[in-house]
Design a protein. Structure first.
Length: 177
């Protein structure tokens, strides 16, 4: 990163597994992102948070971003992801993806998958969403036609993880040059 303010910001953030309070804070983030999450989506999200895995990033003890996922046969699947509006485009989503990559490697999975609205959908929030995934090396795999008339078609994006997972001691940085 080239921006010292953003680098300093990241030092105050902590990546952790979640508590019930974290789930509530994550739902509140989603409720404040009405362009992305409808009331119906929030209801589904609440149910998914009970049965699926959830990662969060906190700043000063408060959740600022979340990622809900599940393990499937040969991949990790992102179900929901959100970052507080005022903190978007500061690397929080990228940190969540990195944590998911580590979780994927722990389970010997080399693919992360997500479904979102297709490129044909010009709705600005999903244009931003797709660009986020493309910038993070996700590629289009296929289109998924909606089975329900009136619902949106989806694009399936995947990221292949080609690197090996290091042990925590391999990742320790030395203060000496």
């Amino acid at each position: 990163m080239n921006n010292p303010r953003v680098e300093e910001y990241h030092k105050t953030m902590k990546l952790e597994k979640t508590t019930e309070q974290d789930k509530k804070e994550s739902i509140n983030i989603a409720r404040n992102l009405k362009e992305w999450f409808t009331k119906e989506a929030i209801k589904k999200m609440e149910k998914d948070f009970l049965k699926e895995n959830l990662l969060v990033i906190k700043e000063n003890g408060t959740v600022v971003g979340f990622l809900c996922y599940r393990l499937e046969k040969n991949k990790m699947k992102i179900i929901w992801m959100g970052v507080k509006r005022e903190l978007q485009r500061k690397g929080i989503g990228k940190k969540l993806l990195f944590k998911l990559e580590i979780e994927s490697k722990k389970h010997n999975l080399n693919i992360i998958q997500v479904e979102t609205l297709t490129d044909k959908d010009k709705y600005e929030p999903y244009f931003i969403t797709r660009n986020f995934y493309y910038k993070n090396k996700f590629k289009k795999i296929r289109y998924k036609k909606s089975k329900i008339q009136g619902n949106d078609d989806l694009v399936i994006l995947e990221k292949e993880l080609t690197y090996k997972l290091f042990s925590p001691k391999d990742l320790k940085l030395s203060n000496s040059s």
